[in-house]
Design a binder for this molecule. Structure first.
Ligand code: AMP
Length: 220
């Protein structure tokens, strides 16, 4: 089962994608998490990516395309995958179409998680994430606080603020999304696989709605 999530930074994609992927037993491929891992590990891709991420703009397409081409053809993706954060512009979407053709798979459902733009900044700046790279569970100081302040409910590790979640970068990231990623809604809207979900409510209710949508769209 091949699923793709679209949504602005702060729409709650990370939280929902993690749960959906676990429920459907498919790998969650988050471009942001993969890039942050590469930055931490100091790989060639990570070194190239860092300066772009620090400015809230997109990392060059060839870095992401090479990263995802490797991933999608790996055995861990044989039964499907959930894409989160890739593609992020039209060139990447076209490259993804070509990759899927090569591995003889189709995207079964594209979810657009929509949130009132006025809420996004508060959602991003209040976000905290687990420092354990095998966990990376996201929290929010107001909307989804951990049981013990500063610690992950899942594994107990400390929580941190992502470098690019600081207020000064948020406007740049939202501008990048509106200019480059939002046009993908129309790109996938032309196929009958796009499903829009309102991401403004309670995470639990959104998760239930997502599963129902995936069941009807791709028999998840
Ligand atoms: P995210 O965690 O998805 O918000 O991504 C964090 C940052 O990683 C973005 O602001 C971009 O700089 C970079 N990034 C993530 N995915 C992509 C992508 N598909 N193409 C280019 N840059 C990306």
């Amino acid at each position: 089962m091949q699923i793709l999530f679209l949504g602005a930074p702060g729409a709650g994609k990370g939280t929902q994608c993690k749960r959906v992927a676990k429920q459907l037993n498919i790998p969650h491929l988050s471009s942001g998490d993969l890039l942050r891992e590469a930055v931490k590990a100091g790989t060639e891709a990570g070194v190239k990516a860092k300066s772009f991420m620090d400015q809230g703009v997109l990392v060059p397409d060839h870095v992401l395309i090479a990263m995802f081409r490797d991933k999608l053809s790996s055995p861990e993706c044989a039964k499907g995958f959930l894409l989160d954060g890739f593609p992020r512009n039209l060139a990447q979407a076209e490259a993804l179409d070509a990759m899927l053709k090569d591995i003889k798979k189709d995207l079964l459902c594209v979810v657009d998680l929509k949130v009132d733009p006025g809420l996004l900044t508060e959602r991003i700046t209040g976000r905290r994430v687990c420092t354990n790279k095998a966990c990376l569970t996201p929290f929010h100081i107001k909307f989804q606080p951990p049981a013990k302040e500063g610690h992950c409910d899942t594994c107990g590790s400390t929580l941190m603020i992502r470098d690019d979640d600081k207020e000064e970068l948020v406007a740049a990231r939202l501008k990048t999304y509106n200019e480059q990623t939002a046009p993908l809604i129309e790109y996938y809207g032309k196929r009958s696989i796009l499903k829009t979900i309102n991401g403004d409510g309670e995470p639990e209710a959104i998760f239930t709605e997502l599963l129902a949508a995936l069941q009807s769209k791709c028999h998840a």
